[in-house]
Write a protein that binds this ligand. Structure first.
Ligand code: ADP
Ligand code: MG
Ligand code: MG
Ligand code: K
Length: 349
């Protein structure tokens, strides 16, 4: 029979709504001659809902799909829903961003359930969610990065941290909670007072902070696809609509512009694609990841910013657009990801 493709969306993170919209696009685009689509929404408080309304909307192919995807339907028991009642093959497509979705927790549950799933496993998901750990592991592999320091709550006074930051990194700096995404809790601090505020803000989200020198650079992103021998897409550029690529820019105003392919000298473009694939492998990613760089022209060149193991995935998002520009359509990308999930599962089991 057809493969059950269980699309997991929603979740407790700040990207709940984005995830619902993404799921609507994926469900509409996935080839229904190949897949039985099972939409499962996770509410903001963590309840798993088998979304029968979405299934009905899909059957009628109504354009109102995104609305129908607000998690609504029958509450289900996660492990039973994943396994299904018959013995048909299943692949799970987790479209969850941020903590409790992109960070290895859901991946751990899927490992226990013994079901193949799209994207990185437990270790890689957790590593890439934690910006400090990403940097430590990437540095070990000599992947170039900006200067940064780590701070753990309870290891010193805020005033000392402000002093140490200015002494080691200068100003301005970016202050980030280690484990988050979508620019939530991130600020750019231009003086000591702003730095103190930025530290307080970031500490509301995580007990580990990453403080980085603010680099003056272009933002270039590469989509990587594969398992042990990953392929890199053409490079794309983000031109933020505000001072930096913040939450509003990403999801509210949508003021940022995507330039695909990025206008780069060929040798620099080759280099960043190589670096992206190397970063993917170093961090043990599988399936997909978007690897984000700073491009410091006339300076240090490429600096790794971060790796996103579940990147934005609407047809207008950077990751699918980079593949489209590299010759892989949105529906074909979904097929490829499902294949990669099955292959990885077979090798490991
Ligand atoms: P998130 O995971 O939330 O996307 P990022 O680390 O990518 O967090 O930071 C969000 C945005 O902030 C980046 O896309 C960039 O615009 C800006 N930014 C982050 N760090 C720096 C830095 N060290 N120098 C300059 N800009 C930065
Ligand atoms: Mg991120
Ligand atoms: Mg980012
Ligand atoms: K990340």
């Amino acid at each position: 029979g057809r493969l059950r493709l269980l699309v997991l969306f929603g979740g407790a993170s700040a990207e709940h709504d984005v995830s619902c919209v993404t799921a609507a696009h994926v469900l509409a685009a996935a080839d229904r001659t190949k897949y039985d689509l099972i939409p499962v929404g996770i509410t903001r408080d963590g309840t798993w809902i088998r979304n029968d309304k979405a299934i009905a909307a899909l059957a009628e192919a109504t354009p109102a799909l995104p609305d129908a995807l607000e998690p609504a339907g029958t509450e289900v028991e996660p492990l039973l829903e994943i396994a299904g009642t018959d013995n048909r093959p299943t692949v799970v497509l987790p479209l969850l961003h941020g903590p409790h979705g992109e960070d290895g927790t859901v991946q751990g549950m899927l490992e226990l359930a013994g079901v193949p799933y799209v994207g990185s496993g437990v270790l890689s998901s957790a590593l890439c969610m934690d910006k400090a750990m990403t940097k430590v592991v990437a540095a070990q592999a000599r992947i170039p990065q900006c200067r940064w320091i780590e701070f753990r709550a309870g290891t010193g006074e805020r005033a000392q941290l402000v002093e140490r930051t200015i002494a080691e990194l200068g100003l301005p700096v970016f202050v980030k909670p280690a484990n988050l995404g979508s620019s939530v809790g991130i600020s750019k601090a231009h003086d000591a007072a702003e730095l103190a505020e930025a530290i307080d803000l970031a500490l509301r989200y995580d007990e580990v902070l990453v403080i980085e020198e603010a680099v003056t650079a272009r933002e270039i992103e590469v989509a990587v696809l594969g398992n042990l021998t990953p392929e890199a897409s053409v490079a794309g550029e983000i031109r933020p609509g505000s001072d930096f690529y913040d939450y509003a820019d990403k999801y509210v105003n949508g003021a940022a512009a995507l330039v695909i392919p990025a206008d780069l000298p060929p040798e620099d473009s080759d280099r960043v694609r190589e670096l992206a694939a190397a970063t993917f492998s170093t961090l043990r990613c599988s399936g997909m990841a978007r690897v984000d760089f700073f491009y410091e022209e006339g300076g240090r060149g490429w600096l790794l910013n971060e790796v996103n193991t579940i990147p934005g995935f609407t047809p207008a998002s950077m990751y699918p657009k980079l593949w489209e520009a590299s010759g892989l359509s949105y529906p074909a990308l979904i097929d490829r990801l499902v294949e990669l999930a099955s292959q990885r599962h077979e090798i490991r089991s």
